[in-house]
Design a protein around this ligand. Structure first.
Ligand SMILES: Nc1ncnc2c1ncn2[C@@H]1O[C@H](COP(=O)(O)OP(=O)(O)O)[C@@H](O)[C@H]1O
Ligand SMILES: [Mg+2]
Ligand SMILES: [Zn+2]
Length: 256
C-alpha cells in the first residue's frame, strides 16, 4: 500500500492539527486520524457484507401497512445509540419475527457508535459463533476455544444476532451461559436479536393441553433456558418489533 505517499494537507502527516477557539490556538487530533480509526473499527466489527447497507437513517417506518411498533423501536434504538454510556452496561434485546428489521437496527446502532463515538463493536451471528467454538475443538485446527471467545468477552459492545437459532443442547446452554454471564459480570453492553418469543420454557407439566402444546411455537425459554432468559432481562431493555416481513411489504400492500 502506498498510503504514506499522500501526506494529509491538514496536518502534514503528524496526526495533529491546530485549531483556533475563541482566539486561542490549540492542537487537536486531525480528521485523517479520526477517519482512519473509524475505518479500522468498522473492519474490526466484522459486519457481514449483506448488512453493510443497514443504517439507522435508512430504516423506514412510514410505508403502507407499517406496524406502529417499528416507529417506536426506531426511536428507542436511536436514543440508545445517542445516549450510550460506556459505564452503564445495559444492552438491548430486539424481539420479532423474521424480516421485521431487527438485524438492520442492530447494525445501525453499531455503525452509529463506531462512526460518531469511536466505540469498539463486534458483530456475531449466534450460529456462526457456536460453530466457530465447536470447530476450535477439532485437533487439526490451530485456534482454541478461548481464541474465539476472547474478543466476544472483551468487545466493548457485542451484537449477537439470532440468539436461540441453534437447536438447544446441554453444550449450547452452557456456552450461552458462559458468554452472557461473562459479559454481565464485566458490565459490558450486549445487543441481541431473537425470532423467539420472550416466554418461559414450556415444560411437559404446564397447563397447556396436549393438542395445543403439540403445535405450540418454541419460546426463548425453550431455546436458551429459563435462567439465561431471566439473565437477559437484567442485562437488556426489551424492544419488540411486530408486523410482516419487510421484504414482502409491497406484495402485502397490494392486498390491502
Ligand atoms: N423498516 C425498514 N426500513 C428499511 N429496510 C428494512 C426495514 N426492515 C427491514 N429492512 C431490510 O429488509 C431486510 C430484512 O431485514 P432484517 O433486519 O434482516 O430482518 P430481521 O433481522 O428482523 O429478520 C434487510 O435487508 C433490511 O435492511
Ligand atoms: Mg436478522
Ligand atoms: Zn491529517
Amino acid at each position: 500500500m502506498k498510503v504514506s505517499a499522500e501526506v494529509c494537507p491538514l496536518c502534514d502527516g503528524t496526526g495533529w492539527k491546530s485549531v483556533s477557539q475563541n482566539g486561542d490556538r490549540r492542537v487537536t487530533r486531525c480528521d485523517c486520524r479520526l477517519k482512519a480509526r473509524a475505518q479500522s473499527l468498522l473492519e474490526a466489527a466484522r459486519i457481514p457484507k449483506r448488512y453493510e447497507h443497514c443504517e439507522l437513517s435508512s430504516f423506514t417506518t412510514d410505508f403502507p401497512g407499517a406496524h406502529p411498533s417499528l416507529a417506536m423501536a426506531h426511536i428507542a434504538v436511536s436514543r440508545f445509540a445517542q445516549e450510550y454510556d460506556p459505564g452503564d452496561g445495559t444492552g438491548l434485546l430486539l424481539i420479532g419475527k423474521i424480516g421485521t428489521g431487527k438485524t438492520h437496527l442492530g447494525v445501525g446502532i453499531l455503525k452509529e457508535l463506531i462512526l460518531t463515538r469511536g466505540i469498539g463493536c463486534l458483530f456475531y451471528d449466534y450460529r456462526e459463533l457456536l460453530k466457530e467454538i465447536q470447530n476450535s475443538y477439532n485437533a487439526s485446527v490451530q485456534t482454541t476455544e478461548l481464541d474465539v471467545l476472547r474478543p466476544v468477552f472483551d468487545a466493548e459492545v457485542l451484537f449477537l444476532d439470532e440468539l436461540g437459532a441453534v437447536k438447544p443442547s446441554e453444550w449450547v446452554w452452557d456456552t450461552v451461559s458462559l458468554i452472557l454471564n461473562t459479559r454481565y459480570n464485566n458490565n459490558r453492553t450486549t445487543i441481541i436479536t431473537t425470532n423467539f418469543e420472550d416466554q418461559p420454557a414450556g415444560g411437559v407439566n404446564n397447563s397447556m393441553s396436549a393438542a395445543r402444546s403439540a403445535v405450540r411455537e418454541e419460546t426463548l425459554g425453550d431455546r436458551i433456558g429459563e435462567r439465561m432468559r431471566s439473565r437477559l432481562h437484567e442485562m437488556c431493555r426489551i424492544i419488540k418489533l411486530d408486523g410482516l416481513d419487510f421484504r414482502q411489504k409491497f406484495r402485502s400492500a397490494n392486498f390491502r
